[in-house]
Design a protein around this ligand. Structure first.
Ligand code: ASP
Length: 318
């Protein structure tokens, strides 16, 4: 049995692995700017998408990344598959695997699913989000965006605001940002913080306005109603008053600071309608870089033979 590498969480990469992906991303940014942004490095490889939860950005960006690398893809949708007939996760994975697949990109509402899959398949596993646990490729897109905009993640003060308790993006980002040398502060009502943060290398700041002033990066999170079983804030209006980013509040930011959000945004809740369009916001860059880093991730796991600097277009004309 071959033993492929996986990217199930940030710890699968470690600091070295993150840096390698960020460096590879520079090559794929260049590839993506070519007249024909398509290279044959994953020709003959097959990727399967196994999405048990909804997704727009992550799924589409993986698809686009795979196409740019000339990989074949198999699309699986829970609503139109045998999962509806009660097929288990194990049987589904073994079935997909029997068709010949080199990597499986999985999103599931249950924490830990990506760590279960290698028992049933030889394919490389990429976590596209497991419950409130991890979302490593979002985090890589975020690290790449910060590096592009601010030169480096190291030494930056990154303030993460909002529904931290239910956020897999926050968990992956806290790991990745601190591994790369940033200092991280969290701002949230106590009900939206995890019950124990004893081993989290973060500060908790009570007052949003104080935190904004020290942020190089202000990272907003979506209020994740789908994972909340009880009322965790008295009212959305009160939450927005205290923790929502309005245009007035954004004026407290330093001129060079950036505003990030992993999407989808709840405009009018964690962010007021106009904020995503102001100059400090790099939310669209995060989406663009989502494609670039996912090309790097797929190449890192499955590419062989060609070094990134030798990557030529399919038709060799560029
Ligand atoms: N898109 C991100 C995720 O899947 C963030 C969010 O949904 O709020 O976790």
């Amino acid at each position: 049995m071959s033993s492929p590498q996986h990217i199930r969480g940030i710890d699968d990469l470690g600091k070295e692995g993150i840096i390698e992906i960020l460096e590879l991303s520079d090559h794929f940014l260049e590839v993506s700017s070519r007249r024909i942004p398509k290279v044959p490095v994953l020709r003959g490889k097959t990727l399967a998408w196994l999405f048990y939860e909804d997704s727009t950005r992550t799924r589409l960006s993986f698809e686009k990344a795979a196409k740019r690398l000339s990989a074949d893809t198999m699309n699986f949708s829970v609503s139109s598959s045998s999962v509806k007939k009660g097929e288990s996760l194990r049987d589904t994975v073994e079935t997909i695997s029997a068709m010949g697949v080199d990597a499986i990109v999985v999103r599931h509402k249950s924490v830990g699913v990506p760590w279960m899959l290698p028992k049933w398949t030889d394919a490389a596993i990429i976590n596209a989000g497991d419950g409130a646990h991890e979302h490593p490729t979002q985090s890589l897109a975020d690290c790449y965006t910060i590096t592009q905009k601010l030169g480096d993640v190291s030494g930056k003060r990154i303030v993460i605001v909002g529904d931290i308790k239910h956020s897999r993006v926050a968990r992956s980002n806290i790991k990745a940002f601190t591994m790369l040398g940033a200092s991280v502060a969290l701002v949230a009502p106590p009900t939206l913080l995890p019950p124990s943060m004893a081993d989290w290398p973060v500060d908790v700041i009570g007052d949003f306005d104080t935190a904004i002033k020290e942020a190089d990066v202000l990272y907003l999170l979506r209020m994740q109603h789908e994972r909340q079983e009880e009322a965790l804030v008295p009212s959305l209006r009160e939450y927005t008053n205290q923790y929502g980013l309005t245009i007035e509040r954004s004026r407290l930011l330093q001129k060079s600071s950036i505003i990030m959000h992993p999407g989808p945004m709840n405009r009018g809740v964690e962010v007021s309608g106009e904020v995503p369009e102001i100059q400090n916001a790099v939310i669209t860059n995060q989406v663009e870089n989502g494609v670039i880093v996912r090309m790097a991730v797929l190449y890192h796991l499955l590419g062989s033979g060609v070094t990134p600097t030798e990557i030529q277009n399919e038709d060799n004309n560029d």
